[in-house]
Design a protein around this ligand. Sequence first.
Ligand code: NAD
Length: 244
Amino acid sequence: MKNVIVTGGGSGIGLAIAEKFAAQGHTVIIIGRDEQKLNAARERIGGNCHTLSFDLNKLDELPALAERIEKTFGFPDILVNNAGINLKKNFEEVTDEDFARIQQVNVQSVFAFSREIVKSMLREGKGSIVNISSMASQYGIPKVIAYTASKSAIEGMTRAMATELSPKGIRVNCVAPGFIATEMSAKALNNDPERKAKVMGRTPMGFLGKPEDVAEAVYFLASDAAQYITGVILPVDGGNSIGF
Ligand code: NAD
């Protein structure tokens, strides 16, 4: 059985990922900012689930967080970098602060936390990391400039990490969810029927995905069943990225 860290595991896609690993008997450590939400998630997940209330914006505290996780739970076999935030605003209204805030959570904390966890993985010569991207880096979507930049960075980082770390036993992959029914997509699509119609119009399967659909793909890529797979970006999108 493995130790699995899921950032943003208290809600949406992260919660479904944590549930999947826990249901398979793994130890799951979910990280998020909202203690109440984390506790509710732990109740729902059951099994061997632990919560860590932490704001991933605190970059300088990430080394201590990684150390604490290893001391408490043992070797971190799997890291799922799922936590992320979105911002829907017209291009010209996005401030430098807005842009930086999105990069800090979606890119910099992913880099800094991965770096710390990778130090442990390198010592053991094994490990598996799954990052979460988005359709925003498969094609152009208006009004999400900062989010798009961050998710494009995630895909580039996935390839760079995979080429550097795979020779040392660490696989790095990425899942690019399409439009999945969570709070995040509700904020982006509800009250914007035109955008929602556009999304559905180019989704061949014709409906929104479920967090569980993403969880299945993350589970596969993280598991030993995917032992010869590294550096891939796997869309889980009902065909949205290839739809006309
Ligand atoms: P969500 O808002 O339900 O979950 C995001 C989680 O990240 C929350 O639990 C939140 O607390 C956590 N988080 C955010 N900032 C944090 C911080 N500073 N420190 C700690 N935790 C933090 O959204 P979701 O839809 O489940 O999104 C999960 C991931 O999937 C994100 O990376 C998102 O970009 C990506 N994604 C979602 C969709 C979709 O349609 N829902 C599509 C493509 C990609």
